[in-house]
Design a protein around this ligand. Structure first.
Ligand code: GLV
Ligand code: MN
Ligand code: MN
Length: 422
């Protein structure tokens, strides 16, 4: 394309916001809850239906679709020079249980919208353009999170991922992925792809952009994610005749530990610590709890700081466990180190937003994303749009359509610039 035409393209080309909305609304009908949310966990029947739509849409957009051993779906739109490293975008189509209509979904479907826009304007980038739907980013049913991207970049193994049990402990991930027909043959390995750079558009999932009345967020990276499992043993007994003194109540020990997690996170600062999941056994109102399993999630920009916090928590847990007569077992379940994005791509997000006249903010992502993994093996950056009330991982998660469109336009512009830049 001549320079003049190219400059015209950059100045004038925009995604079709109405079409993006329509596509997101189709997705919002698959696994819909009564409260406007979604339950569409990875490797479930709802996930299969959504994946079938995605496969149909990318084929209609002229892409070649590859499904790897983890069910990651890569739609490739060939560039003019296939020897150049590809430019990748995408996110995830699975949700929390329950979750909202935008987390992950916006990034995949805005990538599709960019592809449709390029198609109808007959624009072929120099580089291959890969649109990806990563498998099980949420980890809400089969933990951990970022499973597909984590195997792809080598943080976890495929075998370990296949063996993960669902939250009820009834089935394993690999079997379910196969059952829904999305366990592909292609090796799940970034080295099988020649990716030069990647962008992920996502809702912010926090209150900053809305609070500052800004339109686009440009994170410099993502906090680390450290996940732990804790198992406590108590002694079950009839609640009525058993005196208060001398009980080994696992739930009571847990209650003290939950306070410790919150206290240490406050004391240390520059981090967050959360207990989000707990199973209490046998979970009966008239039996003293004989077992508790709970999780701890610790996040910080500084991995060492997060590890120090965990060690402090663990030390206090052990003291409580001893005092309450409840044996404790702790397990480091999963770790993703903090991610620092590529400075040039980060700047490109800001520059593209400025050029489009969108107000913006440089920030940090507290939420984990597939880009936490992807940016460790290729150059990566993200684009955020506001979350209403700063809320996500809830059914009422929402983002105004105009903001979705703005995010799509920034993504388009970043891809146009990066797709020609070699
Ligand atoms: C992913 O959704 C996370 O931040 O936990
Ligand atoms: Mn997400
Ligand atoms: Mn999420």
């Amino acid at each position: 394309m001549a320079i003049k035409d190219w400059n015209d393209t950059l100045a004038n080309l925009r995604i079709n916001g109405a079409r993006l909305q329509e596509t997101i609304e189709v997705s919002a009908g698959i696994g819909a809850t009564d409260n406007k949310g979604l339950i569409r966990c990875a490797a479930t029947d709802e996930d299969k239906v959504m994946r079938d739509y995605f496969a149909k849409w990318v084929k209609e957009a002229g892409c070649e679709l590859t499904i790897d051993e983890m069910g990651n779906m890569f739609a490739v739109r060939p560039g003019k020079n296939r020897d150049l490293g590809a430019i990748m975008t995408g996110s995830h189509l699975d949700t929390q249980r329950p979750g909202g209509r935008f987390d992950g979904i916006l990034g995949v479907l805005a990538g599709l919208e960019v592809m449709r826009t390029l198609n109808e304007n007959n624009i072929q980038l120099e580089r291959d353009f890969i649109l990806v739907n990563w498998t099980n980013e949420e980890g809400g049913w089969f933990a951990p999170a970022c499973m597909g991207s984590g195997v792809w970049m080598g943080n976890i193994t495929k075998e370990w991922a296949y063996d993960r049990k669902d939250r009820d402990g009834e089935t394993v991930f690999g079997k379910e992925l196969e059952r829904i027909g999305y366990k592909g043959d292609f090796p799940c390995d970034y080295k099988k792809w020649n990716v030069e750079m990647a962008y992920e558009l996502h809702i912010e999932q926090g209150p900053m952009l809305e609070g500052e009345k800004l339109q686009i967020g440009a994170p410099k990276g993502i906090l680390c994610l450290h996940w732990y499992d804790i198992h406590l043993e108590g002694t079950a007994n009839q609640v009525g005749p058993t005196p208060m003194i001398g009980r080994n109540d696992a739930l009571l020990a847990f209650s003290e530990m939950n306070i410790v997690v919150n206290k240490v996170a406050h004391q240390m600062g520059n981090m967050v610590g959360t207990v989000g999941e707990i199973q209490n056994y046998p979970n009966s109102r008239n039996i003293i709890p004989s077992g508790v399993h709970f999780t701890v999630d610790i996040r910080s920009w500084d991995d060492e700081h997060a590890i120090k916090a965990w060690n402090m928590m663990k030390e206090e847990f052990e003291i409580i466990a001893k005092r309450r007569g409840c044996p404790i077992r702790t397990e480091e379940f999963w770790k993703v180190e903090h991610a620092s994005f590529d400075k040039e791509l980060w700047d490109r997000v800001v520059e593209s937003s400025d050029e489009l006249g969108y107000s913006n903010l440089r920030m940090v992502s507290g939420a984990g994303h597939d880009m936490s993994e992807v940016s460790k093996v290729t150059r990566g950056a993200m684009i955020f749009v506001p979350s209403i009330g700063g809320r996500s991982h809830v059914e009422v998660e929402d983002t105004p359509w105009e903001d979705c469109e703005r995010g799509g336009n920034v993504l388009l512009r970043c891809l146009l610039k990066s797709g020609q830049d070699y």
